[in-house]
Design a protein around this ligand. Structure first.
Ligand code: PLP
Length: 356
């Protein structure tokens, strides 16, 4: 792919955040973005790195009406050795294409996704935070741009990548969060679009998220759509429980997102000697486990927070307390994973990819 780089005059470059700035999550964007267009019959064309700025879209663009879009989320780490590291990015590239297929969109060759991201990161190297635990958040996106109101797949698309220097995803850091288990709302049903990383899933989650906040909770823990009985995942994370020293996580049943962190936790935990079960786990089993003390830990896992301990669960207006403190297995997995991601520990799994 021959990427055209449209350089911005130096005086137009944005000031970079000072080292001690509280970056928040996804609030600041770098100077450049990668863009590429698609037309049916022509394929992908005009790959370019250009100024991060507003994009022009017809008010009738399909994405604005029917939500035909997919995206990804990953992080770039500026390691102590000065190298830019990525964590299992090929999984994100593959998932992006799987999401695209589900939404009737064209795929982007993995090699092209990789090249685009590498070129952009190299150019924006100075934007990658140097402070502990802050990273450059990477957001590839694809939107349907045909200006038509008929409900059908678009014939044209825009693929782009933007970068956002970001701090902790949750303002509470590693402190255990409280999750709300809604009875009224569901996120996705088997056969729907739950396995795809697409905006509609997140739009569908907002109302329950607001209800969670009203009830003093931080996140939503979703139950399955059919029986409202089996736990699926948290807002932007997969979910794990430690029951009788075994790690249990919901199986990939066709409604939840196949998390990169989830897979890494499974592989790592098994490597560390834990038994891991991927299976249906009912809310009743969880509550019984909390009551009997057999359920010792609960944590969400996802790119943004890596591991996020869950301290309490609210179900049917009752609060069930797991723990006020992060549990030992949550701490261990967080440390092992982040040590690999930051290059502090040898990566025997081959998960790290060095950009430059
Ligand atoms: C709905 C949902 N589930 C799970 C995850 C965790 O996936 P990953 O570990 O790949 O970030 C995410 C985050 O991308 C998500 O949005």
């Amino acid at each position: 792919m021959d990427i055209k780089i449209n350089k911005i005059p130096v005086e137009e470059l944005k000031p970079k955040p000072a080292k001690d700035t509280q970056l928040g999550f996804g609030k600041i964007f770098t100077d450049y973005m990668f863009t590429m267009n698609y037309e049916e019959g022509k394929g992908w064309f005009d790959p370019a790195i250009r100024k991060y700025e507003n994009i022009a879209l017809s008010p009738s663009a399909i994405v604005l009406h029917y939500g035909q879009e997919v995206f990804e989320g990953m992080k770039g780490y500026l390691r102590a050795d000065g190298k830019i590291g990525l964590f299992r990015p090929e999984r994100n590239f593959r998932r992006f294409n799987n999401s695209a297929k589900r939404l009737c969109m064209p795929t982007v060759p993995i090699e092209d996704q990789k090249q685009a991201l590498f070129e952009l990161l190299k150019l924006e190297r100075d934007w990658i935070p140097q402070s502990e635990n802050a990273t450059i958040y990477i957001r590839p996106n694809m939107i349907a741009t045909d200006p038509e109101l008929g409900v059908k797949p678009s014939g044209s698309y825009l693929y782009y990548i933007i970068l956002s220097p970001s701090g902790a995803y949750f303002s509470r850091g590693f402190l255990p969060v409280t999750v709300f288990v809604p009875e009224k709302y569901i996120r996705a049903a088997i056969g729907g679009i739950g396995t795809a990383k697409t905006g509609g899933n997140y739009a569908a989650s907002l109302l329950a998220g607001e209800e969670a906040k009203e009830k003093g909770c931080d996140q939503v823990l979703w139950l399955d759509a059919k029986e409202r009985r089996y736990v699926e995942e948290v807002g932007s994370m997969n979910i794990c429980f430690v029951i009788n020293n075994r790690i249990v996580t919901s199986e990939l049943d066709g409604a939840i997102l196949e998390g990169v962190t989830r897979d890494s936790v499974i592989v790592l935990a098994r490597h560390l000697g834990y038994e891991v079960e991927e299976r249906h786990i009912s809310i009743d089993e969880i509550i019984d486990g909390i009551k009997s003390g057999e359920l010792a830990e609960c944590f969400g896992c996802g790119t943004a927070a890596v591991i996020s301990p869950v301290g309490k669960l609210m179900y049917k207006d009752e609060i069930y307390k797991v723990s006020d403190e992060p549990g030992p297995i949550s701490i261990q997995l967080f440390k092992e994973l982040t040590d690999i991601q930051w290059g502090r520990k040898e990566d025997t799994f081959g998960w790290t990819v060095i950009v430059d």
